[in-house]
Design a protein around this ligand. Sequence first.
Ligand SMILES: [Zn+2]
Length: 442
Amino acid sequence: MKSQFAKSLLAVALGALAVPALAAIQIKEELYVVGQSPEVIKELVDAGTVEVDHVTSEGFELYSGTGVKQYLDSKNIVYFDMQEVSEKVFADYPTHAEITRKLVAAQAKNPRVMKLFSIGKSIKGKDLLVMKISDNVEADEIEPEFKYISSMHGDEITGREMTVAMIEEIAEKYGKDRAITDLVNNTEIFIMPSMNPDGSELRQRGNARGVDLNRNFPDITRDRESTLAGREIENQAVMKFQGTRQFALSANFHGGTIVANYPWDSKYDLHPLNDFIIDLSLTYADLNPEMSRSREFERGITNGAAWYVVRGGMQDWSYLWHNDLQITLEVSHDKWPNYADIPGFYRSNRNSMFNYMLQVHRGAGFVFPRPGLKGTVNIKQVSPASKDMGTYAFNESQFYKVLPDGDYVYTIQERSTSTKQQINVRVDRNTLHPNGNYVRLN
Ligand SMILES: [Zn+2]
């Protein structure tokens, strides 16, 4: 019944343009619906015809192909066109080439700890750049791995500018500032300021084909496996990159409101590490004055699905398929603020950004002496409570997982042997282990 109804509604709203459900929406209209809840267009959402984002008490964003304006007009629903932004606001921002130059300059300033590389090309051929930051940056050391990715929504630009500012600050202060130096020496940090450079150049949410990259990752509610087939090339690049690393903690930056959003996005059940993830989210929100004092979100954080459901987002994919705990950071009400305000945004976020990175040290891992080993590890917490924390795959002879404070037993089953090894590990947020909390196996 429901799909019938949705279909007929679609026919009215979109004429012959009806898109099959689950196909990627080619975004043509970017609207802000004023003073309504998404219930008013639930049928279109359920049919996969529109995407809703950033729901607040003021209204919500609506992304769609053509025809939805007409539909809203027919229902007398008030909206405005988000694409109508003054050219002046865009003019001062650096281009992709200028961003690249800034990153090259940061690397040149401190090449011992900065290494810039590309993980692929956008549709229009722009490099998808990542800065690796660590001591002995040319070597792949056994250290906890952390990542920031920004601006997969091309028009949500604040995070791109802030991550570049952070790279510049680290390049400047490494070796001089104790906290920054300790962090860099003991961590492998990867920062990708711009996952969607074409979208940023076009000042739009989607990539050059108009596809929303944060709806284009494998999704537990519809995909059995994490495969590249049929995904946008920007997503493929990030997925391949993730497969080559051992990320344990990540965040991705967006704009449109101010909040730290934690998994799950795609389903309503609580994440098995829910309390710990709330704690991690607060390590960001607490140090950001505007976020922590939010009137919309208690303490500046929210569960993803409780806010609104996202399917095909990066955050859930990252944990479900790669054991990489990830949160989504919304860092400015204006997606594209005046460029003169960017230093202020960086000032109010930089302590949070550094503090959140440091949290990757709240974890424990192990490493085999020989390369190329794969297998599984079961994790049991023995104190403060006795609890099975699940079984995880490892590859490349290493494993590391962020965990709440406590004592754990890891039972390690390497694939080529029948014997299991057990190790005892302790996680304590107040201890920064040199190069991370790893047990070296025999
Ligand atoms: Zn976004």
